[in-house]
Design a protein around this ligand. Structure first.
Ligand SMILES: [Zn+2]
Length: 396
């Protein structure tokens, strides 16, 4: 049975209420975003950590460019065409034959295209010389361009438009929340699994960019405040209550029954790991087991996910480990979710599970099948983030 879906209110009688809600949301949203070093003339830029711990990197710009000292904000170089290597040494950043007496420079290309280690990025590149004598690169990029560089890696660009639009709003909202939370840090998000996958300009596709443009500036809030609009591949029946995993109590992230993702390719999985390998992994986290004799689930939460597992070596030695920690230790791509059963078979542990991801927020494959059934992206978002409001936060 399909769960009921309450669309966002769009009736004429609610028009003024929504207008004021949007105004309040916009003031609250943008009023809290303070970037420590506003680049490209706008505060609405996401700072994405795209590379780190590099001894050197290659850089290419075609056409006019400027290099700024990110500490003094002065333009330290203007020129045309760069093709060279960036290294560091003795308190300086070295770019080809030039040397900059600072620990961070910003490169801005007039054609909005910087090629770093062969990858194309829009926006500016902040190159940081770290204390351990390695280089990091942070891409400063407009919010909408950032979301365009995310979608292709998070969902297929062949998916129905309404699912792509829902993902665009979720990704934009997630980024806005991180911008708010990480204002005092060097970057807002990473470019990987730990934030959202981001591939720069090379990840842009016509259908995903269309979904981003269609929903331009739209973001979710609860009670006028933006929240981290988490998402995951497949919930397998019930999304997770975020408060069980992280320090958040936003009602829109409490979890819902999802009847839409049962045909997801990630609905079921199994993973076999040798006990020797498991012992090695556990040892790294401080659990010294030499001969595991039993692994048992110790309770499940309301969504069906395992809360703890008990690992025993003989009668005397055992430890209870949070299932989310075990997943993180083994590897979230191997132990795909915490909704599993586990048993021992000879010298192996056999996990049989359901779904992929932490399970909080939007279920991507659920959104795919909802879109296939004719639901709009507003309905999809309203379903997976109950009680949330969709508002427009226009970019310049
Ligand atoms: Zn689902």
């Amino acid at each position: 049975m399909a769960p009921s879906v309450k669309p966002f209110g769009v009736t004429m009688s609610n028009l003024f209420k929504h207008f004021f809600a949007v105004c309040i949301f916009l003031c609250g949203l943008w009023g809290h975003i303070v970037m420590p070093c506003a680049l490209a003339g706008s505060s609405k830029h996401v700072r994405v950590l795209i590379m780190q711990e590099l001894p050197s990197l290659t850089l290419k710009v075609s056409g006019a460019y400027q290099i700024h000292d990110a500490r003094s904000h002065e333009v330290v170089c203007r020129g045309r065409d760069i093709k060279g290597t960036v290294t560091q040494g003795k308190g300086k950043i070295l770019l080809g034959a030039k040397s900059y007496d600072t620990d961070r420079i910003i490169l801005r290309a007039s054609d909005n295209n910087v090629i770093i280690n062969g990858k194309h990025f829009r926006g500016d590149a902040l190159i940081i010389r770290k204390e351990d004598n390695t280089l990091s690169v942070v891409n400063y990029i407009g919010l909408e361009d950032y979301v365009k560089g995310v979608l292709y890696h998070e969902v297929s660009h062949y998916w129905p438009q309404e699912a792509l639009k829902a993902q665009a709003v979720a990704s934009r909202t997630f980024a806005l929340y991180q911008m708010q939370e990480n204002a005092a840090k060097d970057f807002d998000v990473t470019c990987d699994f730990y934030s959202q996958m981001y591939g720069g300009r090379a990840a842009e596709r016509y259908r995903t960019s269309f979904a981003v443009e269609f929903t331009k500036g739209e973001a979710l809030s609860y009670g006028g405040k933006i929240f981290p609009a988490y998402f995951h591949a497949t919930c397998a029946g019930h999304t997770e209550d975020a408060s069980l995993l992280w320090n958040t109590t936003v009602p829109s992230l409490r979890g819902v029954v999802c009847g839409f993702c049962k045909d997801s390719p990630h609905f079921k999985w199994h993973y076999v790991v040798s006990l020797k390998e498991l012992e090695r992994v556990l040892k790294k986290a401080g659990y010294a087991f030499t001969h595991i004799t039993a692994i048992t689930e110790q309770g499940r939460d309301i969504s069906g996910r395992v809360t703890y597992v008990r690992i025993a070596a003989g009668q005397e030695r055992s430890a209870d480990i949070a299932a989310k920690d075990l997943r993180s230790l083994i590897g979230p791509k191997l132990l795909r979710s915490t909704n599993f059963t586990v048993s021992l078979s000879g010298d192996d542990a056999v996990f049989r599970g359901f779904g992929w991801g932490h399970g909080v927020g939007l279920c991507q494959w659920g959104a795919y099948f909802m879109a296939k059934e004719g639901y709009t992206y507003q309905e999809i978002l309203s379903f997976y983030y109950p009680g949330s409001e969709l508002a427009l936060a226009k970019e310049d």
